[in-house]
Design a protein around this ligand. Structure first.
Ligand SMILES: [Zn+2]
Length: 203
């Protein structure tokens, strides 16, 4: 019996299998504490096991560490790049088969154009971008909405609302902030649903 699509499966140089011949842009979006980076690392680890060349990049704005660490303590080596450094990013994409992007909301319009060109020109890469879909006020964040629009696949994750335990929608800021930048942890932000966020704002 013929397996549908089986003729599309071709061995890659290193023995792994690339099932798709076109570029695949995957987006993992959601608020803080939703497990986005855990999901990104899970996917990258699977590609590593399948012997694909894998890289993870994160924007230089957040220079705390060269390792990407999740709130659950998972770790993955990453290359820190400028959020507008398309030359380095393009080089990393050319040298790898799978490239993950953490903190996708911080990358520039030029990086969005580069990823869009990859997705639409069939460069045979798997690109997985993880990032915040909204800022702490619920506004669409950076290039994430556009990436979600052009992506082949979008996964939207939700944290648990800390007040009512329903699905959370936004990363509510508990501190005064001046810019649309969300860096921090449980001391600065909490996951809330829309209803609880409105109550918190009023209270
Ligand atoms: Zn709630």
């Amino acid at each position: 019996m013929a397996i549908p699509g089986a003729n599309k499966i071709k061995p890659s140089e290193k023995g792994g299998f690339i099932i798709k011949e076109e570029t695949m842009l995957e987006v993992i979006a959601g608020g803080m504490f939703a497990g986005k980076t855990d999901e990104l690392i899970r996917r990258l680890e699977r590609h590593s096991i399948a012997r694909r060349r894998v890289a993870l990049v994160k924007p230089g704005l957040d220079t705390r560490t060269a390792k990407v660490k999740t709130h659950n303590g998972k770790e993955f080596d990453s290359i820190i790049v400028g959020n507008n450094d398309t030359i380095t990013i393009e080089k990393i994409i050319l040298e790898n088969e799978v490239v993950g992007f953490d903190e996708g909301q911080f990358f520039s319009e030029a990086v969005y154009q580069l990823l869009k060109a990859c997705e639409q020109s069939g460069t045979n890469k798997i690109i997985i971008v993880c990032g915040l879909d909204m800022d702490s006020e619920g506004k669409p964040f950076g290039i994430m909405p556009k990436l979600m629009a052009i992506a082949h696949d979008v996964t939207k994750l939700h944290a648990v609302c800390e007040n009512c335990y329903g699905p959370a929608n936004i990363s509510f800021s508990m501190v005064e902030k001046k810019e649309q930048i969300l860096i921090g942890g449980k001391n600065e932000y909490k996951a809330l649903c829309w209803k609880c966020a409105v109550k918190e704002d009023e209270g």
